[in-house]
Design a protein. Structure first.
Length: 500
């Protein structure tokens, strides 16, 4: 019997009423294992209404109450991390260790939310004029929404809702329809932790659900992570409807390797950053820029390591890389490799014919490595979102920086070098929001914010960290003047001496 994933509205499971469902496959077998209900406009409205109703009390609840619930949720999340990882592997395909890592990074933001009291402290200036004080405070927005991608079905929602609810907002999540089960498990854990009904809601669906959230007058802010074209659409549409928006888009992350770098360390980093999670992450290194004469040696070291990666089902403990999310996506990724030679690249490793014995219908693709890739090739210009690594050659540091800065994306980048002066120049000159120095995937820890530049981010705020707190709250300044009790009208004696 096929499993059905329904919505979570007002603190309970609500069966889909639209009659529309989407398939969820096991990427390792290609079999449809689950159907997910797609919300109608009316069902989205019901989730928003539940969140709006809950906000009347949650928005004025004490910080102590909110953080107490979040501490309980954190403990439940820790206790259920294996169960959540298993759901991720079953629907996304990533290996269990990657899924556990995803939950761990989400926990960082829950930790931040548990300590949100520090971020919400206001400011006070006394005696700005005679008996006049000015205070700055931050207050929640109301109902906010999150629209999240398939590649991190637990972590990316946890980049959003813990801070949103900790600051007093209520939340409606529209997760990816490709791997929806983790979001329902999280909803159940939040309810078990004591989160009031309606504070956290989940509606599944397609463009119908997304567009309704973008248009709904009671949704005050929208957070999004996904591809650049959709991020641009989210930002444009939600902004036109008067909403605050943070929309994180795609990437083409470069790793600049200087001639003085430790090439073994650089090769290790390139392999893990390019092929981990099958390359389905916006912070994957998809382009290595080799400076000077090191290119041949570096490519050979990468090839040696890449060929040893064991690809198989995500629930096999020996697997180091799993399948891609869907057959359509697998075929699209493969097309970049099959067309690379015609565009001038040298195909060092071609993983397009890879399959796994006993799982022939899975969405498999092997490791691919392309060398001497021209900047005009589609394998370089497009975000592939798969296990394909491009190597480009330049003669100098300056040429490498110019190449990276000419990309329309500016999500993350890295430099590998032993030269502190070169690293310092790089972090100041490079046009990207997150920079690694001998660190291939510079994803910030939870108390620093995550976000790119250029076509990798639409909106003013990065996600989580201090930017997350500011995004989910708005500032208010209160100017107060009280008469001195000693100036009370004649006949009323409050016991204050008249000494001035």
């Amino acid at each position: 019997m096929t499993k059905i994933v329904n919505h979570w509205i007002g603190g309970k499971t609500v069966e889909g009423a639209s009659g529309n469902f989407g398939p969820v496959t096991d990427p390792a077998t290609g079999a449809v294992t689950t159907k997910v209900a797609f919300a109608s406009v009316e069902e989205v409205d019901a989730a928003v209404a539940a969140a709006k109703d809950a906000y009347t009390t949650w928005g004025t609840s004490s910080l102590a109450k909110r953080t107490t619930i979040l501490f309980k949720f954190r403990a439940l999340l820790e206790a259920n991390r294996d169960a959540i990882a298993e759901l991720i592997t079953a629907e996304h395909g990533k290996v269990h260790s990657d899924a556990l890592g995803e939950v761990a990074r989400g926990l960082e933001i829950v930790d931040l939310a548990c300590g949100i009291t520090v971020q919400l402290k206001g400011e006070l200036s006394t005696e700005v004029a005679s008996r006049v004080d000015v205070a700055s405070i931050r207050q929640p927005l109301g109902v906010v929404a999150g629209i999240t991608p398939f590649n991190f079905p637990a972590m990316v929602p946890m980049w959003m809702f813990p801070i949103a609810v900790a600051t007093g907002n209520t939340f409606v999540l529209k997760p990816s329809e490709k791997d929806p089960s983790a979001s329902l498990k999280i909803a159940e854990l939040l309810a078990e932790a004591g989160l009031p009904d309606g504070v956290f809601n989940v509606v599944h669906g397609d463009k119908v659900a997304v567009d309704r959230l973008l248009e709904h007058p009671d949704v005050k802010a929208v957070s999004f992570v996904g591809s650049t074209p959709i991020a641009r659409y989210i930002h444009t549409t939600a902004s036109a409807n008067g909403k605050r928006v943070q929309a994180l888009g795609g990437a083409k992350n470069h790793m600049l390797v200087l001639p003085d770098a430790d090439l073994d360390a650089a090769a290790d980093a390139a392999v893990s950053a390019a092929y981990g999670s099958a390359g389905e992450r916006c912070m994957a290194i998809s382009a290595v820029v080799a400076v000077g004469s090191i290119g041949d040696e570096l490519v050979e070291k990468i090839r040696e390591r890449a060929e040893k990666i064991k690809i198989g089902p995500g629930n096999d403990p020996t697997s180091e890389m799993g399948p891609l999310i869907t057959k359509v996506h697998r075929d699209k990724v493969a097309s970049y490799v099959t067309g690379a030679a015609a565009e001038g690249a040298e195909v060092v490793l071609d993983g397009t014919g890879y399959t796994v014995e006993g799982f022939e219908d899975g969405h498999w693709i092997g490791i691919s490595l392309l060398d001497k890739v021209p900047t005009s090739a589609k394998a370089y210009t497009d975000e592939i979102f798969g296990p394909v690594l491009c190597v480009l050659r330049v003669d100098t540091y300056d040429e490498g920086v110019a190449l990276i800065n000419s990309s329309p994306f500016g999500n993350g980048t890295a430099i590998f070098t032993r030269d502190g002066g070169a690293a310092r120049r790089f972090q100041l000159e490079i046009e990207a929001g997150m920079v690694g120095v001998n660190v291939p995937i510079p994803v910030p820890v939870g108390y620093h914010s995550f976000g790119g530049w250029k076509d990798s981010l639409f909106g003013d705020h990065h996600i989580y960290g201090n930017d997350g707190t500011h995004f989910y709250t708005r500032g208010k300044v209160v100017t107060t003047r009280w008469p001195d009790p000693a100036d009370a009208p004649t006949g009323v004696d409050l016991g204050f001496p008249r000494n001035h």
